[in-house]
Design a protein around this ligand. Sequence first.
Ligand code: EPU
Length: 422
Amino acid sequence: MDSIIVTGGGALEGQIPIAGAKNAALTLMPATLLSEEPLTLTNMPRLSDIRTMTALLSSLGTEVSALSQGQVVAMSSHTISNHTADYDIVRKMRASNLVLGPMLAREHHAVVSLPGGCAIGARPMDIHTIGLEALGAEIELKDGYLHAVARGGLKGAVHELRFPSVGATENLVMAATLAKGTTVLKNAAREPEIVDLVSCLKKMGAQIAGEGTSTIEIQGVDRLHGATHPVVTDRIELGTYMLAPVIAGGEVECLGGRISLIEAFCEKLDAAGVSVTETDAGIKVARKNGRVSAVDVTTEVFPGFPTDLQAQMMALMCTADGVSVLEEKIFENRFMHTPELVRMGANIDVQGGTATVTGVDRLKGAPVMATDLRASVSLILAGLAAEGQTTVNRVYHLDRGYEKIEDKLGNVGAKIERVRGI
Ligand code: EPU
């Protein structure tokens, strides 16, 4: 298995291009199942999660071709030949559950493996299934698989989600596009990836209003057609690379970034003493003074501080001036990076969903291991500021969400290399 070695100490200067959003791409790809006509996505990130979704869609009968070295993905779901999303694929990536809504809408039946828990929490699917049942589906759990049937097709309904789940909102919006009548989703998620999905669905002929607010109204149509859609910028990759020059020193411009994608995060950076400037090409970031100040962070649904940037923000707080309190409110177990950061000399105390970080002058490089994507990248960031070498093992987590991280950071002066494993 590959590992990444980071040698800390050097300041970073230059530009980092930000890719299309993994989490938008992972919901846009299953939207192909809603139409017999081709769907083409541009600005696609080149990630192992995208390859997993490609394998899943191919197993259902979709023809998928990657063009322009994977930056364009053309899909055609003329015929859905298999209606079962197999456990072997779903267990690798939870977002596989996003084929359920579209298949149920177009084919009126689908069998999707329950993904099971993952390192960051139990992650049940009740909000998805209760919502689909409100649209007329009958769903039964048999042998670890959700068997869903919509006799006579899905029917529009007014439904309030018990929590604004991103994935459930995506599944329900896709399902409702082909349902009979009007669906009103209340307490819907508002994340930019949902706005991007709706923008694509509208190009395919869907009638939707209210995306980006907590009430989304969908008027069902008989069929959707083909479209071409560019994937929105990855706000989490953006926030991650914005932290690199703050942690390592120097100044970096993140190309393609817009503050509107991550306002709550930018406000925290500003409070910590970081200069964040929007330019024509993206966002420029640098520390204002020598050392950043500790700030408290609570993760929330959009437009609050994203849970997907909590680990990276903690890496910054490890060397901040003062004590910061980080509260994780979205996932029950998303502090696996803390014992690894502690091995690098950080002072962190975790009690339940709250981590108290007392800033130290300097971290020290160490061999570290991570159990999820954002935890892994937080260790790379910490390594940029640490004295000596940090070896991050289990790099396959990183490859799920960060395209060519060693090139992107290496090009702005970071000492980072990938060591190929067996
Ligand atoms: N939840 C339930 N029941 C459900 C669905 C969710 O209890 O039916 C709970 C989850 O267990 C969790 C909370 O609700 O505690 C939020 O989950 P949500 O459904 O909003 O998240 P998701 O759709 O599974 C997406 C991203 C995650 C990101 C979250 C929150 C994708 C593919 N994944 O997951 O991204 O953390 O939204 O913003 O879009 C990542 O990229 O590293 C990542 C984990």
